[in-house]
Design a protein around this ligand. Structure first.
Ligand SMILES: [Zn+2]
Length: 477
């Protein structure tokens, strides 16, 4: 493969890993439920933690990071569940809550880690979060708070607590996705929070085991709801989901609101244990050039710039927009979810989020994007030779080259051109979502191409991503 579209690669890898490597799939609650739980948890925090709310959007946006990690970390999946009913002593009510004891007792005949470790992960992340808060490492703390929310939400999903996780033992195959994704997606407005305030938790691990026992008690209700719903609608249409919701919606909404409250309890506990550190004020505005110079900072940041490639232009499924500021450099603003509001070329936006380096590309992830102004003057591209464009300097920055087409490869998701002005070729990638019409382009044509610079991690070289029709101009013969 010449070029792997980075998120596609991430998602394809996830699918392959899931299909071929794991005996079972670590399905998540849908993105929507994770985001809701993380966002909602802020409503439960006491007034003394108000300063943490500044990062609510970032914490919500990173609610599914833990699921994405499954693509490259084989140890990640079992962190999302526990098949607690695989332990015979669970039924008798004396299951040890010590992982080492369980390994010593059951390690001979079962893979205790592979059976799921979500309670210990929740307790561990709560402690790590406390350490990060005490150290004033708020960039890290925000990501840990988001991860904690993910695991807490997962352990409130009944099918994450049972060996019959997909109804495969009771003739309810496929119920996992029908219940946690398809049903929730049809009822997003029915999720309701309770008004309870967060409390300090003396023993997070015990607290979570108590929650899991309660969560597990709903497994049979889900299976029986599935049977009844299928009786009404065996092809899983609207009627099926209506019955499934009628039978399970009540406890499902309670489970999710309980997850958000327990998450708030654990954030509060971590913060108390950290010695009640002060929350940082809004991050100071930095420049894109400053961010590009230190992409490993992993911190919370605030940047303002004019949009050079708007939302939905390169990629309709995710937020993938580019901004550029007075420093002459630009940066990618990325989220797994599309932005709610249309952001178009020429908008002046403020972006708060976390800066990080994703496989050689600097990006602001989990961004809170606020439109400050509309209709600003277009950012002029930096004119370069094709050889000069092949440089990390232009990651995220709008550039322009002119050269002859020396290679074309058309694939379903993108068209790849190589342009050369005699100084050395640069790759131009036109993604399918841009709807750029390059069918007429042939080898030997001379093009002027404008777009943002990016990095092809698998090739160790750079490329230009055009987004709009006016950014690819073919010279007449
Ligand atoms: Zn998960």
């Amino acid at each position: 493969m010449l070029w792997k579209y980075r998120r596609l690669c991430r998602e394809t890898a996830l699918l392959l890993v899931v299909i071929f490597c794991f005996p079972r799939v670590g399905w998540p609650w849908g993105w929507l439920a994770h985001r809701w739980v993380n966002q909602q948890a802020f409503a439960h925090l006491p007034a003394e933690m108000t300063g943490f709310e500044r990062w609510a959007k970032v914490v919500a946006a990173h609610g599914s990071d833990a699921d994405y990690r499954k693509a490259w970390d084989p140890l990640e999946s079992p962190r999302h569940w526990i098949d607690i009913d695989n332990f015979p002593e669970f039924y008798q009510g004396h299951l040890s809550h010590n992982l080492d004891s369980l390994k010593a007792r059951h390690g001979q005949h079962m893979d205790v880690y592979g059976n799921g470790v979500v309670p210990w992960i929740i307790a561990g992340v709560t402690e790590t979060l406390s350490v990060a808060m005490a150290a004033g490492d708020w960039g890290e703390a925000v990501l840990l708070a988001a991860d904690l929310g993910h695991y807490v939400a997962d352990c409130h999903q009944p099918l994450h607590t049972t060996r019959n996780y997909d109804g495969q033992l009771t003739g309810n195959k496929g119920i996992h996705l029908r219940y946690e994704i398809d049903m929730i997606r049809r009822n997003p407005d029915r999720l309701k929070a309770d008004p309870a305030r967060a409390v300090y938790v003396e023993e997070p691990l015990e607290h979570i085991f108590g929650t899991i026992r309660r969560t597990w008690s709903f497994v049979d209700s889900i299976m029986s709801a599935d049977c009844q719903a299928r009786k009404k609608d065996p092809v899983y249409g609207d009627d099926y989901y209506q019955v499934l919701w009628e039978k399970t919606g009540r406890f499902t909404t309670k489970q999710l609101s309980r997850a958000s409250r327990i998450l708030a309890d654990l954030w509060y506990t971590a913060w108390i244990d950290a010695g009640r550190p002060a929350f940082p004020p809004a991050a100071a505005v930095v420049t894109c050039a400053g961010l590009q110079a230190d992409p490993h900072a992993q911190g919370l940041m605030n940047v303002q710039g004019v949009v050079t490639i708007g939302s939905g232009v390169l990629d309709r499924e995710h937020t993938r927009l580019y901004i550029q500021d007075q420093s002459g450099r630009g940066i990618l603003v990325f989220d797994h979810d599309p932005v709610a509001e249309d952001i178009v070329r020429g908008d002046l936006v403020q972006v708060e989020g976390i800066i990080h380096d994703y496989r050689g590309i600097t990006e602001v992830s989990g961004p809170l994007v606020t439109v400050l102004d509309r209709g600003c003057a277009a950012v002029p591209p930096r004119a370069l030779t094709t050889a000069e464009a092949n440089d990390p300097e232009w990651d995220g920055t709008i550039i322009q080259v002119r050269g002859a087409v020396v290679f074309i490869l058309r694939q379903e998701r993108w068209t790849r051109l190589h342009l050369d002005d005699g100084s050395g070729a640069i790759v131009v990638l036109a993604w399918k979502d841009t709807e750029l019409d390059l069918r007429e382009v042939q080898e030997g044509d001379v093009l002027t191409v404008c777009g943002v610079g990016t990095y092809l991690a698998d090739e160790g070289s750079y490329a230009i991503l055009p987004g709009y029709e006016d950014q690819v101009v073919r010279e007449k013969d």
